[in-house]
Design a protein around this ligand. Sequence first.
Ligand SMILES: Nc1ncnc2c1ncn2[C@@H]1O[C@H](COP(=O)(O)OP(=O)(O)OP(=O)(O)O)[C@@H](O)[C@H]1O
Ligand SMILES: [Mg+2]
Length: 376
Amino acid sequence: MSKILVIDDDNSIRETLELYLTEEGYRVKTAATGTEGLNAYNQDTPDVVILDIRLPDIDGFGILEELREEDENVKVIMITAHHDMESTIKAMKEGAFDYIHKPVDVNELDIAIKKALDALEMEHKIKGLVESTRDYKVGDIIGEGPRMREIFKTIGVVSQSRTPVLIQGESGTGKELIAKVIHNNTAADEPYIPINCSAIVETLLESEIFGHEKGSFTGAVNRKPGKFELARYGTVFLDEISEMSLNLQAKLLRVLQEKEFERVGGKDRIKVNARIIAATNKDLRAMIREGLFRDDLYYRLNIVTINIPPLRERREDLKPLIDYLLAKINLDLHKRIVGVSDEMFKIFEQYGWPGNIRELENLLVRASVVAKGQVL
Ligand SMILES: Nc1ncnc2c1ncn2[C@@H]1O[C@H](COP(=O)(O)OP(=O)(O)OP(=O)(O)O)[C@@H](O)[C@H]1O
Ligand SMILES: [Mg+2]
């Protein structure tokens, strides 16, 4: 339940709003003075503050300033007098989220509150997404051979730009890990938004990516921003790009060419600022020959390609990977495994690792869980 704080010295406005907003399903608190309002805010932070400008003690602008010091993104809707355009403009300049004129029209207020809550939700989402990649650093990519060194170099180069990157590699070779590291090196403060192209049906995927307008299809009850919008100046990670339908491939191509798109059912042109990283474990060239992947899209995505070699072609990484993964596992499981036996290592060296590093990681986890001693 969203929480709303109403700060207004006018009894009748407070009572009316409390009644109306409670009926609308909000949890409402009211305050008659600025000091009371600030106390109420600090005791239980509301999602939205409705704030009158003229108050007996501190004026609304003073309160707005204090609230913005607490939380820069606080959602304050100011109540301004009808003819007082000057204070309306001032309110917006000083960081109010919106304003409504007196006498308060509850419908207008309702819309303003919904907008504020939408914005809040979007900010929360983005925050969650940003934090989730914070931990990925170049140092977390283990690789010692010449082919991995080449990849580190490429990561360095693409982190200076915003060109699309195509990452190819078998399952479990670290495609997503590399995408996150590139993102963190390029735009760590911006959202990283993964989209799995194989996980959803085509029509939904389209609205996931581009967003949709209210009523654009059955079930589209609200306008919804797409992932390209949510990503802002960050990264859209298109995982398993090979699974994207030819129809959507055409739309994605247009985005890459024009750097703009429209929401499903919408007319507004929205600018794309996000960088696109695509990943696949399929041979896209072979798919092009079979008519399953557009060659023009391939060349747009393929400006920089990172081909991650499978583990069996870089056995020099086996030992450092085991050390790295065991250190992680020891932390997670509170274990003190020091390594694998020579015997086991010999088997590892012979093995083909079809699931690559993920397979190695899973195997080490399982072995560690049941391990009695310090050597697997
Ligand atoms: N070079 C590496 N160094 C350390 N850990 C790695 C490396 N490559 C992959 N990993 C780890 O292996 C696991 C699998 O990696 P990731 O999910 O990035 O693979 P993927 O190529 O996206 O796989 P899939 O094709 O199955 O989606 C992750 O836990 C990742 O952190
Ligand atoms: Mg993956």
